[in-house]
Design a protein around this ligand. Structure first.
Ligand SMILES: C[S@@+](CC[C@H](N)C(=O)[O-])C[C@H]1O[C@@H](n2cnc3c(N)ncnc32)[C@H](O)[C@@H]1O
Length: 288
């Protein structure tokens, strides 16, 4: 059977798609991303029984508007993640950040952690594994909450289901954690309930104000800021600083930084990728 699907897009429809993505998820679709559009939107177009990408984007003018906006935005988002991604941030969390937050919060013995673009859950579950390991020693008597959010319900469904393929558990997950926290079944590796129950998943769009989510001691916002344009990036960083507790710490991805975008956070000079609110950094003399 020949594929009669037309993958081209008129400049006007590319512009419409770009505007819609910026509004819904903040994705900054630059001029040279047609290959991404072609590969990611074909399945959606076919599911809606459209024969071309132009028909799909024309659909944004019709009655399916709201559902289509979400389906397209979710399909265009990059969910790439894996357990203990980049390893170092998780070592920094355990050995640098956690001891300092415990010192700051010793009177309440509460720690609130937020993974603000958690994708399919590997990042918050990695943190939960570290916390579980310390719960009967260093963290005995402490209450740790992990909130994980993403704008995509589709990816959150996978995160909540917490079933991972052989490929996914082979990427970065130490074998002793696999043995301890997962059960192998026909459909994949299931995260055990005690670990699943340590993470609360919620839908949250970083373009919105996070004030209703609470206040946090540690925020992970990794490998997502580079999809936004600089005004949105600045707004997000300012919003994150607004919900960060005093002496809280922010993790960004290896290819991301606050430099030239926002003064809300500054880098901790000894800890690459870890940031504090600028006023706290100056107080603690940790600035770079
Ligand atoms: C590349 S993944 C990063 C996942 C994880 N933080 C990591 O570093 O492995 C980016 C995630 O950001 C989410 N995302 C994109 N735009 C978003 C937005 N406006 N609000 C919340 N999440 C968003 C995507 O759905 C995707 O799951």
């Amino acid at each position: 059977m020949t594929d009669t699907f037309d993958k081209s897009l008129t400049p006007a429809n590319y512009g419409l798609l770009r505007k819609m993505l910026k509004e819904v998820s903040g994705l900054n679709l630059t001029d040279n991303k047609m290959y991404l559009v072609e590969t990611r939107l074909q399945t959606i177009a076919k599911a809606y029984k459209y024969n071309s990408l132009n028909q799909l984007v024309d659909g944004l003018k019709g009655p399916l508007l709201q559902k289509l906006r979400i389906d397209i935005s979710e399909a265009m988002a990059t969910p790439e993640t894996f357990f203990f991604r980049d390893k170092k941030p998780f070592d920094q969390f355990k050995n640098y950040v956690l001891p300092r937050i415990m010192e700051a919060n010793k009177s309440t013995k509460n720690i609130n952690i937020w993974c603000s673009a958690s994708s399919s859950g590997q990042e918050p579950y990695s943190l939960a594994m570290i916390i579980d390991e310390l719960k009967s020693t260093t963290l005995a008597g402490w209450h740790i909450k992990i909130l994980a959010s993403d704008f995509s319900d589709k990816i959150l469904r996978k995160a909540k289901t917490a079933i991972y393929s052989q490929f996914e558990v082979q990427r970065g997950l130490p074998i002793q954690y696999l043995m301890k926290h997962f059960t192998q079944k026909d459909d994949g590796w299931h995260v055990k309930d005690n670990l699943k129950n340590m993470v609360e998943f919620r839908n949250f769009n970083l373009l919105q104000s996070p004030a209703h989510l609470g206040r946090f001691d540690v925020i992970f916002c990794r490998n997502v800021l580079f999809y936004f344009e600089s005004t949105d990036k600045a707004k997000i960083l300012n919003n994150l600083s607004g919900v960060m507790n005093k002496r809280g710490m922010l993790f960004l991805g290896a290819a991301e930084s606050t430099v030239g975008t926002s003064n809300a956070f500054g880098a901790i000079k000894t800890e690459r990728g870890v940031y504090m609110k600028t006023e706290d950094l100056e107080d603690s003399k940790l600035s770079a």
